[in-house]
Design a protein around this ligand. Structure first.
Ligand SMILES: *Cc1c(COP(=O)(O)O)cnc(C)c1O
Length: 241
């Protein structure tokens, strides 16, 4: 009985989140089809992940490749699932991303890009990636320093090198703003990421800068108002971890 109740609750919350996403998009004059959902399954048991897949989810997000791997293998009979790497990647875990993930939202340094490029060349595949930026200035957050516009030119050379790697397909940018329960507190950080994306698109027109991965359970509607194309949502759908 417990299991059935959990499954029903997850499907309902999943559909409710999709409705809220669509409403936020329309409110901002955007096409709801241009905002996609990654259901963040880190720290969640397999039965809950099965429930959300049953409800229709296809894009699933994980922070730690070694935690994701058994889940990916358990759900491998479903060929439609797309796994998104959304956390800081250690060098030795890079092969798991190359072998099992659809895309990476959290490319946060040149060295990991070089490592991925080498592995991808060997595997003969291309990996869509988003570049992660630290727009809030917290020492605990990953990504290139971007809280002040004057910092942006510092890493331009690194971005240029990444854009030349043939197996990494740069599609946009990602951020995790400082935690604040008030969703409005995230708005300036989302705006900064969008401004940064616009700047990168002018500076490097050879890449596609379509995607803005921003917004989590507590602030995804604000993120959509500010241009998010991917929102990453865990607890609002799957409950506490
Ligand atoms: C955990 C996590 C999320 C989801 O957070 P919720 O508050 O559970 O929605 C989104 N993005 C990243 C990078 C995360 O680590």
């Amino acid at each position: 009985m417990e299991g059935i109740a959990t499954v029903a609750g997850i499907a309902q919350r999943y559909h409710r989140v999709l409705e809220r996403m669509a409403r936020a998009a329309r409110k901002a004059g955007r096409d709801p089809d241009q905002v996609r959902l990654v259901v963040v399954t880190k720290g969640q048991p397999l039965e809950k992940i099965r429930a959300v897949v049953e409800a229709g989810a296809r894009d699933l997000g994980e922070n730690y490749p070694e935690e994701a791997l058994p889940k990916i293998q358990a759900l491998a009979s479903n060929p439609d699932l797309r796994w998104h790497m959304i956390g800081h990647l250690q060098r030795r875990k890079a092969p798991i991303v190359v072998d099992h993930f659809f895309m990476m939202h959290s490319l946060d340094r040149l060295r990991i890009a070089q490592r991925l490029e080498r592995l991808l060349t060997r595997a003969n595949r291309r990996l869509p990636v988003l570049l992660e930026f630290n727009v809030g200035g917290e020492a605990s957050k990953h990504g290139w320093p971007a809280w002040d516009e004057r910092l942006w030119p510092q890493w331009e050379g690194e971005i240029a090198q990444i854009l030349e790697m043939p197996h990494l397909v740069v599609q946009g940018v990602m951020t995790v703003p400082p935690w604040n329960p008030d969703p409005e507190a995230s708005r300036p950080y989302f705006r900064r990421l969008r401004a940064l994306r616009d700047w990168l698109a002018r500076r490097f027109p050879q890449a596609e800068w379509t995607h803005l991965s921003m917004g989590m359970s507590h602030d995804f509607e604000v993120a959509i108002e500010e241009g998010a194309t991917w929102v990453r949502i865990g607890t609002a759908i799957l409950g506490p971890r």
